[in-house]
Design a protein around this ligand. Structure first.
Ligand SMILES: *Cc1c(COP(=O)(O)O)cnc(C)c1O
Length: 463
């Protein structure tokens, strides 16, 4: 299986090369040349497998340059860090199902991909005799999941910038209590935007980037999407095993379009489910796209589901590539228009295709809080605010005869303040979170000054 760029500017590369490249060298995103499909019989064969074995089978369809035993070992190690052998358990509530994706070390769904990516990086770097210095900015979730993905790994160091005092307490502790030598938490006395600007500037300095072999772990890495395809299959098998018949539809709280794109691929591979339900918060550019074909970029507004506070959804480019019949020239055209006019045009025919693939609803603050409260009242189950957006979107978009599976992307304790506002009391802390208070922490506080941060990275980079 070879990988190509959505912009058409690179010759096809292997899976390993695609993982190490992250963003394609021509500025596009990497995609497999073809999407493998599974027949009904092949699907039935996967049904009895446990999560790691299911992951081995599905990921193997996309990976042909890692020996099977090595891949199996990487995958098994990645999911041993989860607090349940089911990895992504399905929970049945009143009229819908919840797929709990938060059983990894940082209690958010990003662990499913980043636990795998950390082990994969370590393996590939060792094989190639290389090293990597990962740099990223975070408003909370991605940074902590990335740190836990690579902590203690060989040949890789990670530098994560977060805005000092502006992440939640749980997120901060999940980052700063990691004391491994290869982990560097930089608390920047500025905003998340300051952090992002500094990281961008470091990557833009090509000489610096090459010399220190800087790498990123954001959601444009193909391996992250690949790891996320697996749980759609797992959820579907779990639902069927419980006797859920009828059509299954997945509801996905969406920001960068990575999680839902993995679901789209699962569907294209032959998983029999309905159109995906795309939930957004007040930052509803993707809902406007699905509803009216209007993809115009506004300003990001802060919401109670901060991990979805995004305007330009970077993974949308992968979907657009298929939408324009895999024609890189048309992808380039669309993204040039976006850059110039802040708006990406879609034809009526394209809009029709989009609406065959997705349904969408935007869910505001009041409705998010009301959904948390209502579900808690009727079932005793606590939703985090991101998950609540997906549950509310499913209520709006699912048809009577369908069974929605709502993806639970974070544990409620991770966003305890919002949950408390909704139900009047704070959610109980899971033991792993409660244990963080009082642990020693390591974190360097630095001003939002590019030179100072550059110096710090230079002094501590490996290689
Ligand atoms: C990152 C994140 C999302 C959004 O996922 P995308 O892949 O960016 O669409 C939703 N919920 C939580 C809790 C997240 O951390």
């Amino acid at each position: 299986m070879k990988y190509i760029s959505t912009r058409g500017g690179i010759s096809p590369v292997s899976f390993s090369k695609a993982v190490m490249m992250g963003l394609a060298d021509d500025g596009g995103l990497l995609l497999p040349e073809t999407i493998p499909t599974l027949s009904a019989r092949e699907l039935a064969e996967l049904a009895p497998l446990d999560y790691p074995e299911l992951a081995v089978r599905i990921m193997s369809l996309f990976i042909d340059d890692i020996p099977p035993d090595d891949l199996r070992s990487i995958i098994h190690r990645s999911y041993q860090t989860f607090d349940t052998p089911v990895v992504t358990p399905l929970v049945e509530l009143d009229r819908f199902l919840v797929l709990e994706l938060f059983h990894g070390p940082t209690l958010a769904f990003k662990d499913v991909a980043l636990q795998f990516l950390g082990n994969l990086f370590e393996y590939l770097l060792k094989r190639e005799g290389q090293h990597l210095n990962i740099i990223g900015a975070t408003s909370g979730d991605t940074g902590s999941a990335a740190i836990h993905g690579v902590r203690g790994k060989e040949n890789v160091a990670i530098f994560i910038l977060h805005p000092h005092g502006r992440t939640s307490r749980v997120q901060e502790l999940q980052m700063t209590t990691v004391l491994d030598d290869n982990v560097h938490n930089l608390a920047v006395t500025g905003t998340f935007d300051d952090c992002q600007e500094i990281v961008k500037a470091l990557f833009a300095d090509l000489e610096f980037k090459e010399r220190h072999r800087l790498g990123a772990v954001n959601s444009i890495n193909w391996a992250r999407i690949l790891a996320q395809i697996v749980y759609y299959f797992s959820a579907w098998f779990q639902a069927r095993a419980r006797g859920v018949d009828g059509r299954i539809v997945f509801s996905v709280p969406t920001g960068n379009f990575g999680d839902i794109f993995a679901g789209h691929l699962a569907r294209r591979m032959g998983l029999p489910c309905g159109p995906l339900i795309l939930g957004t918060n007040e930052n509803n550019i993707l809902t406007r796209l699905v509803e009216h074909g209007d993809y115009s970029v506004g300003d990001v507004v802060p919401t109670v589901s901060p991990s979805m506070d995004i305007q330009v959804a970077s993974n949308l480019e992968r979907y657009v590539y298929f939408l324009v019949e895999c024609d890189p020239a048309r992808v380039r055209e669309k993204f040039a228009a976006l850059r110039e006019t802040k708006r990406m045009p879609f034809s009526p025919g394209e809009l029709e295709r989009i609406r065959e693939d997705f349904r969408s609803a935007s869910v505001g603050r009041a409705e998010t809080l009301a959904t948390i409260a209502a579900v808690h009242r009727s079932t005793g189950y606590l939703l985090d605010p991101h998950t609540a957006v997906g549950v509310a979107a499913a209520r709006i978009c699912a048809k009577g005869e369908e069974t929605p599976i709502c993806l639970a992307t974070a544990h409620p304790a991770k966003f305890g303040d919002v949950v408390e506002e909704a139900i009047g009391s704070a959610p109980p802390l899971p033991p792993s979170v409660a244990a963080l208070e009082g642990l020693s922490t390591r974190c360097r506080i630095l001003p939002p000054d590019r030179e100072k941060i550059r110096d710090y990275v230079m002094k501590h980079a490996i290689g």
